[in-house]
Design a protein around this ligand. Sequence first.
Ligand SMILES: [Zn+2]
Length: 241
Amino acid sequence: MKVHHLNCGSLNTPTESMVCHVLLVETDNGLVLVDSGFGLQDVADPAGRLGFTRHLVKPVLDEAETAARQIEALGFARADVRHIVITHFDIDHIGGLADFPAAQVHVTAAEWLAATAPKALTEKLRYRQVQWAHRPNIVEHDPRGEPWRGFAAAKELVDIAPGIALVSLPGHTRGHACVAVDAGQRWILHCGDAFYHRSTLDGQSAAPRLWRASETLIAFNRKFGRIMPAWPSFTGAVNRT
Ligand SMILES: [Zn+2]
């Protein structure tokens, strides 16, 4: 499958500039988005849609960066997006959902429950129900399935397309998951916010202290937040809240 790498939200955090990494996948069953970044409604109403968190991550909020506009620029229609697979429901991952109201939105059942019935303080602060006020067509998944390629559990989303799998990796949020995509010559693992800095993988440098602190502070489960197996190709080495 052909995979486009999109930046759907530049962030100017206190330590570094970051991007909201989104995958656009061309399948035989239409277009599939993996995460959605910030959307047109976020750009139009940052205070109402994003709340206080926008002051921490300082998104640029340029309409041209939204998935909607980038997909149109590639010559597709927004209606061509049939499915959106979401790693987790933080504000910089689901802002674009409202721009594709007909798409099915795939997420773990645990993450949907966390977003709609938050328990922990971090959950009550991080999720913004206004971002799914348009009532998207949610499809819940339980990825506690078969061991797969070194992961404890994964579920291939064959109803979308063969070669797209949801990999359970809770820690950053209650139902956080990674999304594996068969890109032909290699597999791509879109890991959401499973880690914040490339040093988590390569060990060649130290993550900025502020990043490590925020990674710990915002994690739903700090014990499991940083477990990553060996994998031939990672995406999302630049992460966000
Ligand atoms: Zn996050």
